[in-house]
Every structure is written in structure tokens, then in C-alpha cells.
Ligand binder design. Structure first.
Ligand code: ATP
Ligand code: MG
Length: 378
């Protein structure tokens, strides 16, 4: 009963695709409207004191200022630790999505808090940090501190938890683009997401993701985002034999997740286009798990490293990892060009380029990435 009401509400909403979403967020920002989540009386310190936090404040235990949009303070108060996220003004990212990322974060926190406040909703999204208080105009978001560490190696529990969180978000109409290493923490029991700057609304019944018109970027989906932003990066530092074992584990979890998501979205009334696309992706994995897993590894690795390389070049935020990624691509094309072609793994014009052409192209990108190295935050 509750679920039916919930679905009807979703259908009645206007789902914004990329350009409309950007414009609507710019308009919202210009309107100076406040969004408040939670009650300021629940803050661990009085709000004016939180707004005046500085590294020398006696309650501040750590300062994380590597991010371009925010500074995060670890604050000890009321007998426990809290994360106090303060938006940078101005934000240091020079594009619309960066400029609106704190607004986006507060919007998502408001929506997720509202879903959790529904009858029976308290247990939803177990891997998503809760919001104690957030205010758009004050540029602050307060959450419990997650006593965890970044995920540097993946195992079955970690895969299962991040895919489970992603699936639950998708079904509720949220598409998370940024599963990067700085945005995931593992406390040994649970993998947590806590940064909602690039999580956008979309209609999971009609769209693949929140990009373009919702169906123009079929390459981008939950497993692709997790693999491109995070997992393939960690595999670069591991023994190739271990990587293939871990890849099998990832694909088994991804396959089970997509089969479940497919059935749930079918029951919710998804279009044949969405269901066919999801089933097609999952069928490909199933075939590879029973046959040519290395071929699939090459194809997904090519896709993930190209996607992340292009992101880094575009954002002018290259690191030594970017160089490792482009070296992986160069090695793949030198050693496995025929297999990559046969797998249908080359895309965006690369399928029409010769092996030598690809080597020249990615060698040039490596040089570009060498010139765009950013200093890593401490
Ligand atoms: N609730 C939390 N518990 C523990 N650590 C946190 C929490 N929230 C943030 N952090 C720490 O602060 C860092 C930065 O947080 P977050 O990713 O939210 O902001 P940001 O990276 O500055 O934003 P952006 O991704 O736009 O650059 C995280 O990588 C993490 O180390
Ligand atoms: Mg972040």
C-alpha cells in the first residue's frame, strides 16, 4: 500500500534531464531560496559556532580541505565525532555542476531524509550517511563521523554493499556519478557514501541515467560508475592474477544486482527500452562469466580507463593515477588490439582508428596528462 502511494508520487514529479536540471539549479541558486534539512537545535555545537569553525577550534580534531567544493571538519562534541562540511565560497570548480554541487548536495540530503522519515523508511539506504542538519544559505551540512578508511582493496562484502546502495538509490530515482576513492569509506562493517555533490535525480523507469536526454549515454550505469571511478583504479596496483579473481567477484555481484534491479523496475512499470538495455548488459556479463572473462575484462577496462582519463583531462585534474591509466590503455592496444576490436570494446571513434593511430592518440594524451598534474592534497 505504502509503496503504491510512493510510486504514484514519483510519477507525478517532473524529472529533469541534464540541461534542464542545470538551468533549474542555476535559477534556484539565483533566487537565494533557503533549503534547511533537520533542526539546528540538533547540531553538536550552536550553529554560529559551527559556522565559525577553524582548524584551531578546541573541538576540531581533523580538517579535510583537499576538496574543491568544501572543507570538512571532524568535530568532537556531545561525546562523539561529527563531520561538519562547509561549502567553499566561491567553489573552486569552474563549471556549472561544480558551482551548483553544494546546492545539489543539500537537495539530495533533503530528499533522502524525507524518504527516511516516511512510515517504515528509517531503515532505507543503510550505506548512506544521515544528515543531522544542513543549510544551503549557511553552506553547512552536519553528519555523524564515519570511523572508516578509504577502500583500497575490494572484497565480496564491499562489492555487495556498494552495489546494494547503488541499486536502492537508482530505484528511488537517484543516479550517483562519483564513486571516487575520496567519496567512499569502509568502517569494517559497512561501506558508506557521504558526498552527494554529483548525485542527480532521474526517472529510472524511462531513463538510463541523468545525462543528456536520459538515454543518450547508455555506456554510463551503476557498475560502470563504480568500476570507472574506483575499482579499475585500485586494480592498477594489484597482481594481474588477483585482479581477474576480483573482476569475477565484481561481475557476479553486478550480475545479481542487475537481475534484481531489472525485475524491480519491471514491476514498477519501466519501459521496454530500459528493461532491454539492462538485460542486454547483464546477459553480456553472464556469457562472459561462463566463457571469455578476460575478453570482458579488456572491454570494461578500456571503457573505464578511457572514461576516467577523459574526465581528468577535461577537468585538468590529472594525477600519477591518470598516467597509470593511460599506460594501461597503451599496453592494451599494443598487446590486445585485435581482441579489443572483436569484443566491440573500442568506442567514440576509436573503433575506426588503426592500432598505430590509437598508440599515437593515447601517447599524445599521456603527454597532455603529464602537463596537467595537480598537487595531491595531504
Ligand atoms: N561523515 C564523514 N565521516 C568521515 N569522514 C568524512 C565524512 N564526510 C567527509 N569526510 C572526509 O572528508 C573528505 C571530503 O568530504 P566530501 O567528499 O564530502 O567533500 P569534498 O570532497 O570536499 O567535496 P568534493 O567531492 O566536491 O571535492 C572525505 O574524503 C572524507 O575523508
Ligand atoms: Mg568528495
Amino acid at each position: 500500500m505504502r509503496r503504491q502511494r510512493f510510486r504514484a508520487q514519483w510519477r507525478a514529479m517532473t524529472f529533469l534531464i541534464e540541461s534542464e536540471r542545470r538551468q533549474s539549479q542555476l535559477d534556484f541558486q539565483a533566487s537565494a531560496t533557503e533549503i534547511e534539512v533537520g533542526d539546528r537545535r540538533d547540531c553538536p555545537l550552536p550553529l554560529p559556532e559551527l559556522l565559525a569553525l577553524h582548524p584551531g577550534h578546541p573541538a576540531v580534531r581533523e580538517v579535510h580541505e583537499g576538496g574543491l567544493t568544501a572543507v570538512v571538519y571532524k568535530v568532537h562534541a556531545l561525546g562523539r565525532d561529527w563531520a561538519v562540511k562547509r561549502a567553499r565560497t566561491p567553489c573552486l570548480v569552474q563549471n556549472v555542476d561544480g558551482q551548483t554541487s553544494f546546492l545539489n548536495e543539500v537537495q539530495r540530503r533533503a530528499e533522502i531524509s524525507a524518504l527516511r522519515a516516511e512510515p517504515g523508511g528509517a531503515g532505507r539506504f543503510p550505506g548512506i550517511v544521515s544528515t543531522v542538519y544542513a543549510s544551503l544559505r549557511h553552506g553547512v551540512a552536519v553528519s555523524p563521523w564515519i570511523p572508516g578508511t578509504p577502500v583500497s582493496t575490494w572484497d565480496a562484502r564491499r562489492f555487495q554493499q556498494v552495489f546494494e546502495t547503488g541499486r536502492e538509490l537508482l530505484r528511488a530515482g537517484f543516479f550517483e556519478w562519483d564513486f571516487s576513492p575520496g567519496n567512499l569509506l569502509d568502517d569494517g562493517q559497512q561501506v558508506w557514501l557521504f558526498d552527494f555533490g554529483y548525485m542527480y535525480r532521474f526517472d529510472p523507469l524511462r531513463h538510463f541515467n541523468s545525462g543528456g536526454d536520459g538515454t543518450t549515454a547508455p555506456l554510463c550505469h551503476l557498475a560502470e560508475r563504480i568500476e570507472s571511478r574506483h575499482v579499475f583504479g585500485t586494480w592498477l596496483d594489484q597482481d594481474p592474477a588477483d585482479v581477474l579473481v576480483s573482476f569475477r567477484q565484481a561481475k557476479c555481484v553486478a550480475l545479481a544486482t542487475y537481475r534484481q534491479l531489472h525485475d524491480e523496475l519491471r514491476a514498477d512499470g519501466a519501459t521496454a527500452q530500459v528493461l532491454g538495455w539492462l538485460a542486454g548488459v547483464a546477459d553480456g556479463w553472464e556469457r562472459a562469466l561462463a566463457g571469455d572473462l578476460h575478453g570482458l575484462y579488456l572491454r570494461e577496462g578500456w571503457r573505464s580507463h578511457v572514461m576516467d582519463l577523459e574526465d581528468d583531462l577535461h577537468g585538468r585534474t590529472c594525477t600519477p593515477k591518470t598516467l597509470q591509466r593511460v599506460d594501461w590503455l597503451l599496453d592494451a592496444v599494443r598487446t590486445h588490439h585485435g581482441a579489443l576490436l572483436a569484443q566491440g570494446g573500442l568506442f567514440d571513434g576509436d573503433e575506426a582508428r588503426s592500432r598505430d593511430g590509437l598508440i599515437a592518440r593515447y601517447t599524445a594524451k599521456r603527454r597532455e596528462a603529464e602537463g596537467l598534474q595537480v598537487r595531491l592534497a595531504a
